[in-house]
Design a protein around this ligand. Sequence first.
Ligand code: B12
Ligand code: SF4
Length: 466
Amino acid sequence: MTHQRSLQKSNSRSGKILLIFPETFEKNLSPPLGISIIAACLRDAGYEVELWDQTVEHRKKINWGDYFLVGMNLLCANFNNGVELAKRIREGNSNVFIMAGGPFSDTCAQEVLESGVFDAIVHGEGEYTFVRLAKAVKGKKAFHNIKGLSFYKQGKIKRTDDPPLIKDLDKLPFPAYDLLPVDKYPEASVIASRGCPFSCIFCTRGPAESKKRRCLSPARAVEWIALLREKYHFKHIRMVDSTFTVDQKWAEEICDLIIKNNLRVHWSCQTRIDCINTGLLEKMKKAGCNKIIFGIESGNDKILTLMEKGFTKNNVRAFAKMFKAADAPSVTANFIIGHSWDTRETIRETFDFAKELNNNFGFEYRLFLLVPFPGTELWNNPEKYGIKIGTDWKHFCKTSFFGNPLGVEAVYSTNNLSSGELTEIYHQLQNPVFSLMMKYGRPTLLAVYQIQRLLDRKLPKRKKRC
Ligand code: B12
Ligand code: SF4
């Protein structure tokens, strides 16, 4: 039925557009970039726009009749909430045109459209596509030739050609921060480049990303950081580029400009151990970088090769030595457990490697449970990798040490480990007692674990994060 509604919708008397980040199990730590950059583009094109980040403003008084167009950012984690919200919006305004974009919509357009509440999906980068679509919907014109969309046509889902990647990122406006309650976020994020040329099989990159990397000019990137520091008074900025230092000269220029402009900001970023050198590490620290996150992923060389990571444990050790000799920001090493080829033994190797880096080089480490997100090489070829993937979207989200680990469940099983076993191992890893279990064996440590739980009950409860 959705497909028959589309063109009559713009009869709505209203003239505003609302972009929403539907609620998930945790709050956004920083203003969501995707919808707020699109909002700025729409405003530049003359539309009246509002933003609602439901993760930080649970309830908001909204008169649905005011909008002719609503757009939502959908992740696996908020797809179900997005559908429920879209149903409520329709009850309040049956003429409204409802769109979705973001990682889940981009990779699972069929599922989103089959929910029956969305009129169209935007694939990839949404900035220019959404402005074109708004124009068509407002003017009651056909939108079926606009590139980068999926929608129902004559009962079938049609996907139009992909638009070209945005060439000049400097031409995009900065996010419309003034439309968000910025004081509700502890930090802000900046994306100075889009894309990553590497091929790790578990990685989705993100809808605005591809193998081809595009960068803001260093001057524009630093102007963005200065805006957040000086106008919005954020003290910490997370650079959310997939791999910040692929182009080391470019990264160094950004650092030079931060230093030259005396921005006095703390920032973090993520990159790879093979995309960095001593000079850059030291320059980053001088420019206020206080943490670099590296994806190390496994403590087993064979698995590193099979996942196409492109480096070995010895490469990591060599990097760690370089890091130790330099005046560098602190390092967090991310590991994933539950790769297709993981066994209890290789997970032990991963855990031991994390400890080795911690003991010898002071790296913090975090262990994530793998999630084969839609759009990854793993998701596209489960048989090839010997995994069976479930589709309970609410478990395609809680992956990690971020937030509350309770409720995290493996959404897949491998040839070696069932989803139950993976979940169990993950939860054991959340507890320091697990390290002893690795050393002394399961039965002894399960006993220690039970004793610890009994002791825990006598201690005051830990505060929940969200
Ligand atoms: C920064 C970031 C975070 C930050 C901040 C998020 C925030 N909003 O403030 C933190 C650390 C908090 C975070 C948390 C999580 N994240 Co996160 N995050 C990212 C990251 C690295 C960058 C997002 C970003 O800002 N991109 C830049 C902007 C410009 O791109 P964009 O958001 O994709 O938007 C573009 C398009 O998608 C599209 N678009 C987006 N929305 C809309 C809406 C409409 C209407 C339209 C038309 C178009 C459109 O147009 C935009 C502009 O081009 C991405 C990976 C990536 N590179 O994208 C992962 C990513 C989005 N996160 C992911 C996940 C899983 C999570 C967590 C669930 C992790 C966890 N805790 O277990 C949580 C959930 C967050 C929540 N609120 O519950 C996954 C989502 C995968 C999926 N299919 O669902 C991603 C893709 C990374 C991955 N693992 O593959 N995240
Ligand atoms: S995991 Fe990191 S290095 Fe690998 S493809 Fe994704 S963004 Fe690039």
